[in-house]
Design a protein around this ligand. Structure first.
Ligand SMILES: Cc1ncc(COP(=O)(O)O)c(C=O)c1O
Length: 448
């Protein structure tokens, strides 16, 4: 259960813990529970206590006081599929995991996870890593040397949202190609390899992202992937896949993970996105490259000790949460269908491939930031990703009724923002309609 500032919930005394509630049958084994926000008291008591304490307005903004959490109403958190919490059975699997020191390579659960990932992706070996960013950057570091260059799509995560670590850590540069909502065509790679000349960097690697986050969860067409990677191989370039959401592409297309992965030398997958595990990614590839990746992980301080505790969550996710991604895709399609019906909002791409919906807000009504703030007040969290663009991501932490409720809140927010825009004093003129509007032109490029 997710909750917003305003409603009272205490840290649970032992007999009111989620485990105790589950034993008493109040929550199902599949209900995600968070001991910090789990409230065992009926709503009437909560509201009486709230009135008695009369919480100052200043405290009503995500404010934590020791021992007491102030929370207001149930919220729907569509900001990212990283917002999930482990389910009760996943937590149990983690609690019961057999562990050892993984820096000594003696953690049986981590080893089991690595073997499982290697098998699913049809690779010789895999390495468990703390994050998708570390996994991608280590991949670039094992493929490239200082003075090398890799080719990638302009909106990809490796280039935009990982601090250019390839340049900071490896002396590597990137050359970007503009995609159509993240999708690259093989023809775009013609003439992108630098001549063998002392003036130039050396082109070494192609990186693709599938599904594409900023592209709105788009799936790279399989034939494009095959052709681009064939071209890379023919030109002695390596190929890496940022498959943070590869399993979404697998479930949506019915093409096996190993078939997608077969075109690449290395593949990174994340467990902490749609799969719902709390931590971690894995990099898979030929054993010799994964051994190099292992050295790089240690160098970056990414060696973890009894990591089986978190690896168990990832193993549980691979077993139980892959096929259910279809529900997230259905949920996203339902949400997109509703957005399509709301005047003032529109979808730059009509079809939603997987679990990410990106939509535009009419700038005559509000900026994306203002619109998202209005949604937040109504209990719906989404992410502004550009001045007029908002992102919503579906995941297993959202209840089945979420899309209907979200659609109603979106409609309400459009109505409120429209009314506010008409009243606002600081106004400029909207180019499209000639109407006066208030505009916040600050670019927003935050991403999760
Ligand atoms: C496509 C893609 N790759 C990599 C990452 C990085 O993952 P992490 O947040 O675990 O570093 C993300 C995170 O959202 C992502 O969307």
């Amino acid at each position: 259960m997710s909750v917003l500032p305003g409603m009272f919930a205490w840290r649970c005394p032992p007999r009111h813990t989620p485990a105790a509630a589950e034993a008493a049958g109040r929550v199902s084994a599949e209900t995600p529970v968070d001991p910090l926000v789990f409230c065992p008291f009926p709503a009437t008591i909560v509201s009486r206590v709230r009135r008695a304490f009369s919480i100052p307005a200043a405290l009503k903004d995500n404010f934590l006081t020791p021992g007491v959490r102030l929370v207001e109403q149930e919220i729907l958190d569509y900001r990212s599929d990283t917002m999930t919490r482990p389910t009760a059975p996943m937590r149990r699997a983690m609690a019961e995991a057999e562990v050892g020191d993984d820096v000594f390579q003696e953690d049986p659960t981590v080893r089991a996870l690595q073997d499982q990932v290697a098998e699913m992706l049809g690779k010789e070996a895999a390495l468990y890593l703390p994050s998708g960013s570390m996994s991608n950057q280590i991949a670039v570091l094992v493929h490239c040397r200082p003075g090398d260059e890799f080719l990638c799509e302009a909106g990809c995560h490796i280039y935009n949202y990982e601090q250019g670590a390839f340049a900071q850590l490896g002396g590597v540069v990137a050359r970007t190609l503009p995609g159509q909502h993240g999708i690259l065509h093989p023809d775009q790679f013609q003439d992108t390899i630098r001549p063998d000349d002392a003036h130039y960097v050396r082109t070494r690697l192609v990186c693709l992202e599938n599904t594409h986050n900023r592209g709105g969860g788009r799936i790279q067409p399989y034939e494009n992937v095959a052709a681009i990677c064939r071209w890379a191989r023919d030109n002695r370039l390596a190929a890496h896949l940022d498959g943070a959401r590869l399993f979404n592409a697998v479930v949506a297309t019915g093409i096996a993970a190993a078939d997608w992965a077969a075109h690449f030398d290395t593949v990174s997958v994340c467990f902490s996105k749609g799969l719902g595990a709390p931590v971690g990614s894995a990099l898979a590839g030929p054993r010799c490259l994964i051994e190099q990746a292992h050295r790089r992980r240690k160098c970056l301080g990414g060696g973890m000790r009894q990591a089986g505790i978190i690896a168990a969550g990832a193993l549980y996710a691979l077993e139980h949460h892959v096929s259910r991604l279809a529900e997230d895709h259905q949920h996203a399609a339902q949400l997109a269908g509703a957005i399509h019906q709301i005047p003032g909002l529109w979808l730059p791409v009509q079809e939603v491939d997987t679990n990410i919906v990106i939509f535009e807000v009419d700038p005559c009504i509000a900026t994306a930031k203002q619109f998202v703030e209005q949604l937040r007040r109504l209990g719906l969290l989404m992410l502004p990703v550009a001045p007029t663009r908002v992102r919503a991501v579906t995941h297993l932490g959202l209840p089945p009724t979420a899309a209907v409720k979200a659609a109603s809140i979106l409609r309400q927010a459009v109505a409120t923002c429209t009314a506010t825009a008409e009243k606002t004093e600081e106004k400029t003129t909207c180019e499209e309609t000639g109407k006066e509007i208030s505009v916040d032109p600050s670019p927003i490029t935050k991403d999760l």
